[in-house]
Design a protein around this ligand. Structure first.
Ligand code: HEC
Length: 147
C-alpha cells in the first residue's frame, strides 16, 4: 500500500469508527452494511436482491410489514445497534419511498425495531407472501370485484 492509500485508509477508518460526535449517519450505515447487495442507489439486483424503492412504502399500510423490515436477514444480522438500524430503515423509507408511504405514516420506533429484530425471519419470502401479497391480492379483489 502506498503512503497515500494508507492515509486514505486511516482517514476512512476515523470517519467510520470515529468518536460519538462522528457517529455514522444512517446514509453511511446504509452504504456500509446494505449497499453491497441493495446497491448504493437502493435498486438491488432483481430478482435476487429486491429493490428498496416504492413497494416498501406501500407495505407500511400493513402492520406486520413494519416489523418485517427489521426481521429480514440483511437487516437483522447487520452489525449495528437497534437505534442505528431504526435510523437506517427510516432513512430508506424517507429516501426511497417518500411517494408511496401511507397517509399519516409514523416512523419506526426503536422499541418496535428491537422487538421485531428479536424474531429473525427464517423464510422472508413466505412471510412477505402471507402478509403482503395476500393483502395486495385482497385489495385488488375489493377494488375491482374480480379475482
Ligand atoms: C448479503 C446481501 C444483503 C445485505 C448485506 C442486505 N440485504 Fe436486504 N435483502 C437481501 C435479500 C436477498 C433479500 C430478499 C429476502 C431474503 O432472501 O432475505 C433482502 C430483502 C430486504 C428487505 C425486504 C424487501 C422486500 O421488498 O421484501 C429489506 C427491507 C432489506 N432487505 C433491507 C436491508 C437493510 C436495511 C440492509 C442493511 C442493514 C440489508 N437489507 C442488507 C440481501 C441483502
Amino acid at each position: 500500500m502506498g503512503r497515500a492509500s494508507v492515509t486514505l485508509a486511516v482517514f476512512l477508518l476515523l470517519m467510520i469508527c470515529g468518536n460519538n460526535v462522528m457517529a455514522a449517519s444512517p446514509r453511511i450505515n446504509y452504504l456500509l452494511y446494505c449497499s453491497g447487495c441493495h446497491r448504493p442507489t437502493g435498486e438491488g439486483k432483481p430478482p435476487n436482491v429486491p429493490t428498496l424503492h416504492g413497494e416498501l412504502g406501500r407495505m407500511m399500510s400493513v402492520h406486520q410489514m413494519r416489523g418485517y423490515l427489521a426481521r429480514v436477514p440483511g437487516s437483522n444480522n447487520a452489525p449495528i445497534s437497534d437505534a442505528e438500524l431504526t435510523a437506517v430503515l427510516n432513512w430508506i423509507l424517507q429516501e426511497f419511498n417518500a411517494n408511496t408511504l401511507p397517509e399519516g405514516f409514523k416512523k419506526l420506533s426503536e422499541d418496535e425495531v428491537s422487538a421485531a429484530r428479536a424474531n429473525l425471519l427464517a423464510d422472508p419470502n413466505k412471510f412477505r407472501e402471507t402478509y403482503w401479497k395476500a393483502y395486495d391480492f385482497m385489495t385488488l379483489v375489493e377494488r375491482t370485484g374480480k379475482e
